[in-house]
Ligand binder design. Structure first.
Ligand SMILES: [Zn+2]
Length: 161
């Protein structure tokens, strides 16, 4: 399907991790344990070169982009999760998403359930409502978009980049 081909072409690992970071930490990286802001970069994952590692200077916790999120510890590559999120934004059913991604419908059901509950367990689900730009591709997360909030968020990102 052409849509999927186009999306795969623009969704490289670097962009997928960048997207996760922007959704998870719109301002600055926060420690998932103590919520501290004194976090330093600490190299990259050995098998996933774009997966940033961090060290919290507050509580010494070592974590990375996916720590404590639904995206960690699963068999699906990050881009599959991102595409799943994209299709959810298009209001595709679990069955349709399963077909597009060549996945088992039960697996997709579990993925969409976790994505609706929020990207990170300790982060309010609001992080998933909004629109995130990946070049010309827009990922609309959640089913109740809030255009005004999205515009503000986009302006904020531009200002801090
Ligand atoms: Zn900490």
């Amino acid at each position: 399907m052409s849509v999927l081909i186009n999306l795969s072409a623009v969704l490289d690992d670097a962009r997928c991790f960048e997207l996760v970071r922007r959704m998870r930490w719109p301002q600055s990286v926060r420690c998932p344990k103590c919520s501290g802001e004194h976090v330093v970069r600490n190299g990259h994952d050995e098998t996933q070169p774009h997966r940033q590692r961090y060290l919290c200077n507050g509580c010494q916790l070592r974590f990375d982009d996916l720590s404590d999120t639904a995206l960690a510890g699963h068999h699906q590559p990050l881009r599959v999760w991102i595409l799943c999120l994209y299709f959810m934004g298009l209001n595709l059913s679990n069955r349709q998403i399963a077909q597009e991604l060549s996945l088992n419908e039960n697996d997709v059901q579990e993925m969409t359930k976790q994505l609706r509950e929020g990207l990170a367990a300790k982060t309010p689900p609001v992080v998933l409502s909004g629109e995130v730009e990946i070049d010309e591709v827009y990922v609309v997360a959640g089913h109740k978009g809030n255009p005004a909030a999205v515009e503000k968020k986009a302006a904020k990102v531009d200002a801090t980049d």
